[in-house]
Design a binder for this molecule. Structure first.
Ligand code: FAD
Length: 654
């Protein structure tokens, strides 16, 4: 790493010159830095908000899942079989599916070797279970905190290898040089904890900033995590599948998915007025023919966690719709009460499946709390650890954003498809399509880290950075950032209100319930907001909040691009798919007891599963989206002697 300075508006800005800059230290970024070093790239630097920031180290779920190739029993698995399962989810490129499948074992065993205690049997088999969209038993878990333990193991390795990291360093811009096919990354600008700008000149940028958690009001992304995809979109990097995401029921005071046993013990769903007390009602009762039917749906929600449009009519996802209506449409608040059964609750009224499950689990205790205590006591202590005692208070919930299947577009070496030397890895990479097997997000992040580092070591080891081009790009960007910060000093728009406004717009119009009209209106508002912040910035109270203003800048831009892409998808007629309902009067009626004008939806046009939505934005906020055909699962040279020769000649890097 080399240190230099550049002058901007008469002020010196420090520059770090590094071969490969990794932005972000979640599970994906950490592994990228480690694998780069393993591949012989010595000059690696991570910049990050902090090792304890981001989603991976701060989140989990009932049984947080890692998806990998099957490694136990007589189950037959292969890269092609697994790739086919990914690919069949729809709108996922076949080459990416094949790589996520073929590199899965390598990525998983790396974690095992670093000490992540994935369960084995006495004979070394990594025992698996089935997760959603998974026909084989490919899923594994170490409990609620799989991704946290992955990070801890990777951080130990990072320290052992003495890889440099700048924490409390907030990336605010990506720097590029050239246009068209010659466009490439040359570095980044960040703010340090004293709100001073620092520039990084880099041959390669591994962009590992996580999912767009800061875009939503109702969100189960950890509070500390906003993500930064807007920075790359602003730099012109192409997005793909941006509208595809996962939403589901989660507690909001402490953000946690209320999946699995939280539902299987059949808590009472209650809604109240805004104050959280007045007019308590078991609002779901009106929508089911019997209490038994209602409770059976709640039970099913346990393992049908994400909102899934195919499970709305007559299925468990109607619960997400009903919760949404209470919270977003009626402006009430929704809680789970574990202290009492739903009114008229009887075990024998429930479906055979639910009844048998509770019977086999010996879970016929009197209250949901007692059943939870019996089946999964750590589900209670988890809330206690976060100052919520569900034995004395109700648990507030909402339908929350959890994961973005889409993100930045990259090729099968995880290099951006239109900005060379930029490698989006982890959740910010939009490799997944409409539906993905549970746990494949963590697999994809590890796989992407291997692929990017393999490619950088093979093709980009020799420096090709034009330092003068970096200086030109950095000076221009820094001048713009300084102007933005000057505008912020005189702005009347409070950063918190602005953040809240964009988040509520996304949750209202571009989350799991969408409509053309709602998106059109949201787009007009988002465009105006982008114009306003570009000209006038937003007000911060002190210099330490400067980063919030710059976060707003990228979030406002990102929300504009997401809304634009989502509207394009809706107008194309792709219809309701994955975790999103597109409302359409005259369409499929969601539920007999809901107003059919309001609660009908467009069915899916499945031909769009064979296409991927690409979106590219310009700094003025204009966006161009288009559908491209999915690339098929490639046929590869599998005759060993020939494959070996190609490998030795470096032909595999294209
Ligand atoms: C509640 C919940 C449950 C989940 N359960 C599962 C599951 O069971 N299985 C599964 O596969 N996936 C699951 N996921 C998804 C999965 O956890 C994430 O996709 C994954 O952890 C993301 O890892 P990442 O490394 O890409 O990003 P992150 O872990 O979010 O890391 C991003 C890093 O970038 C840094 N960063 C961001 N912006 C900047 C910036 N501007 N400057 C500097 N640094 C920056 C952050 O501080 C952080 O270090 C779940 C997600 C949630 C929210």
């Amino acid at each position: 790493m080399n240190k230099k300075n550049i002058m901007v508006n008469g002020r010196e800005v420090p520059v770090c010159v590094v071969h490969t800059l990794v932005i972000g230290s979640g599970a994906a970024g950490l592994n990228a830095a480690i694998q780069l070093r393993n591949q012989g790239i010595e000059d690696v630097l991570i910049i990050s908000e902090g090792l304890n920031m981001g989603t991976s180290i701060n989140t989990g779920s009932d049984k947080q899942t890692y998806y990998k190739t099957a490694m136990c029993g007589g189950d037959q698995d292969s890269p092609y079989t697994m790739a086919r399962n990914y690919f069949d989810g729809g709108s996922m490129h076949g080459d990416l599916a094949l790589v996520e499948a073929s590199t899965s074992a390598r990525a998983f065993l790396n974690l095992v070797n670093l000490g992540v205690p994935f369960p084995q049997d006495p004979y070394g088999q990594f025992v698996g279970y089935k997760t959603d969209h998974d026909p084989a038993q490919r899923a594994t878990s170490i409990g609620p905190y799989t991704s946290r333990e992955m990070c801890n193991a990777l951080i130990r390795e990072l320290k052992r290898q003495n890889i440099s990291i700048h924490e409390k360093t907030y990336c605010v811009s990506l720097l590029t040089d050239g246009e068209g096919d010659a466009k490439r990354a040359v570095g980044a600008i960040a703010q340090n904890e004293n709100a001073e700008f620092v520039a990084y000149a880099a041959d390669n940028v591994v962009f590992a900033v996580g999912g767009p958690g800061g875009l939503y009001e109702t969100s189960v992304y950890p509070n500390v995590h906003t993500g930064a995809i807007g920075i790359a979109l602003l730099a012109g990097a192409m997005g793909q599948g941006l509208p595809e995401a996962q939403y589901g029921l989660a507690s909001t005071k402490f953000r946690w998915n209320v999946s699995g046993t939280y539902m299987q013990v059949i808590p009472k769903f209650v809604s109240t007025e805004k104050d959280g007390e007045s007019d308590p009602r078991e609002f779901m009762r009106d929508y089911f023919n019997s209490v038994g039917e209602m409770n059976s749906m709640v039970f099913l929600k346990g393992y049908q966690w994400p909102f899934d449009i195919r499970k709305v009519v007559g299925g468990s996802s109607i619960i997400d719709v009903l919760v949404y209506i209470e919270t977003q449409i009626k402006g009430r608040r929704v809680f789970l009460d574990f202290r009492e059964n739903p009114q008229d609750f009887k075990f024998e009224d429930m479906s055979q499946e639910a009844y048998d499950y509770l019977k086999n689990s010996r879970a016929f205790q009197d209250t949901p709390l007692a059943r939870l205590e019996h089946m999964n006591p750590s589900a209670i202590s988890l809330y206690n650890d976060n100052n919520i005692d569900i034995s004395v208070e109700m648990l507030e919930i909402a339908v929350c954003a959890q994961h973005n299947n889409g993100g930045l577009a990259a090729n099968h070496w995880w290099e951006s498809t239109n900005v060379k030397h930029l490698f989006p890895v982890g959740e910010v990479n939009g490799s997944h399509g409409v539906a993905r097997p549970g746990g494949s997000a963590l697999n994809s992040g590890q796989v992407g880290a291997f692929r990017a580092s393999d490619y950088i070591a093979a093709r980009y080891k020799q420096s090709s950075l034009d330092y003068n081009a970096f200086v030109v790009a950095a000076e221009k960007e820094l001048a713009g950032l300084e102007t933005f910060m000057d505008n912020c000093r005189n702005s009347s728009a409070d950063w918190r209100s602005q953040r809240q406004e964009l988040q509520s717009r996304m949750s209202r119009a571009a989350a799991h319930i969408r409509s053309e009209k709602g998106l059109e209106e949201a787009l007009r508002e988002a465009e105006k907001m982008w114009q306003d912040i570009s000209i006038g910035g937003c007000r911060v109270e002190n210099p330490s909040q400067a980063i919030q203003a710059l976060r707003n800048r990228q979030l406002v831009f990102a929300h504009l691009v997401y809304i634009n892409a989502t509207l394009f998808q809706v107008k194309s007629g792709a219809g309701s798919r994955g975790s999103a309902m597109v409302k359409l009067p005259g369409g499929v009626v969601a539920h007999d007891m809901l107003d059919s004008n309001e609660w009908s939806f467009q069915s899916e046009d499945t031909q769009f599963r064979r296409k991927v939505l690409e979106t590219i934005a310009a700094p003025d906020g204009s966006c161009v989206s288009r559908w491209v055909d999915v690339r098929p699962i490639p046929e590869s040279e599998l005759w060993f002697e020939n494959a070996w020769a190609d490998y030795r000649a470096g032909k595999i890097y294209g």
